[in-house]
Design a protein around this ligand. Structure first.
Ligand code: FES
Ligand code: FES
Length: 150
């Protein structure tokens, strides 16, 4: 049994220590906003925050997340009013939408540390998050919009 702090609430998880955090979130806690894409840290669909840092939940064992703060897309401050979510809507970033919660969590990690990133910094930071629909230009525009406070 593990105690896991997810979105500010401590939850008891009955799972083996090596269970990937992604499956704890999706299967045990039914937080299905975090997606499975590749399972090998190569796409970013499963991005959540661990103590504020974007990480790949598919390769993070439950034991590594214990004692840390896990934040998922469901726990993003402000919910639908979060500036990134609003910018995503304004720029019409999602196409199929599958990759987008991971994209937003990756972007949130950038703005937490670098509130006014350059375009180059945005592109570099978002580089590991794959979008099969190819909405990269809209994603960069959305991060720029959120950073500008428009
Ligand atoms: S599912 Fe985790 S990086 Fe692709
Ligand atoms: S919006 Fe479809 S994979 Fe990114």
């Amino acid at each position: 049994m593990a105690n896991l702090n997810v979105n500010g609430v401590v939850r008891q998880i009955d799972a083996a220590p090596d269970t990937p955090l992604l499956w704890v979130l999706r299967e045990h806690l039914k937080l299905t906003g975090t997606k499975y894409g590749c399972g090998v840290a190569a796409c970013g669909a499963c991005t959540v925050h661990l103590d504020g840092e974007p990480i790949r939940a598919c390769v993070t064992p439950l034991s590594h997340a214990e004692g840390k703060r896990v934040t998922t897309i469901e726990g993003l401050p402000g919910g639908e009013n979060n500036r990134l979510v609003q910018a995503w809507i304004a720029e019409q970033a999602p196409q199929c939408g599958y990759c987008q919660s991971g994209q937003i969590m990756q972007a949130a990690g950038l703005l937490a540390k670098t509130p006014k990133p350059s375009r180059e910094q945005i592109v570099e930071h978002m580089d590991g998050n794959i979008c099969r629909c190819g909405s990269y230009a809209q994603i960069v525009a959305a991060v720029e919009r959120a950073a500008s406070g428009r």
